[in-house]
Design a protein around this ligand. Structure first.
Ligand code: CA2
Length: 151
């Protein structure tokens, strides 16, 4: 009997389309396309269907999350970029979802400037991964896959 693939969405916020192209000393030299393609390879054997979305616009990300509301989404992995520290709109949109949400950051936001220490999502996310560079996305995928299998 074939099992339905579980849908997980990967969202990246402002400026993360520039990964690997600028500031490699902070954010590494791997591009977002490479990160996404590595995730896709890992997801297939786990029975997971990944969807990818990146935008530099807060409203576009909120609209995308509203689309998830009508789909049978099993999990969301989100690096909100700088919106992490400012966006009540993003927080409210994610609160509409009932699936696990993993907040991920390439850098350790708690080792950086104090304005990055506050996350608008930390207390509504299932968990947070930060400081492990691009590998953090794989960690987040593992964590969410385990959570889905346990439920
Ligand atoms: O560490 C992370 O993943 C961040 O979410 C990255 C955001 C930053 O505002 C957060 O505090 C932490 C910034 C993303 C900027 O991405 C760039 C990538 C390459 C070159 C320049 C910026």
């Amino acid at each position: 009997m074939s099992q339905e693939l579980k849908k997980i969405k990967i969202i990246n916020g402002p400026n993360l389309n520039m990964l690997g192209k600028r500031e490699p000393e902070i954010y590494g030299s791997v591009t977002l396309d490479q990160i996404n393609s590595d995730l896709d390879k890992k997801a297939k054997p786990l029975g997971i269907d990944l969807g990818f979305f990146q935008s530099n616009h807060e409203g576009a990300i909120v609209d995308k999350i509203h689309e998830f509301f009508n789909e049978n989404i099993k999990g969301v992995i989100i690096n909100p970029g700088a919106l992490t520290h400012t966006s009540v709109a993003l927080r409210d949109a994610l609160l509409l979802l009932s699936c696990p949400i993993v907040e991920i950051h390439l850098s350790n936001i708690y080792k950086r400037e104090s304005f990055r220490h506050k996350s608008m999502l930390a207390d509504i996310a299932t968990g947070q991964v930060c400081g492990f560079g691009h590998y953090g996305y794989q960690m987040a995928l593992n964590a969410i896959a385990n959570r889905i299998n346990e439920s």
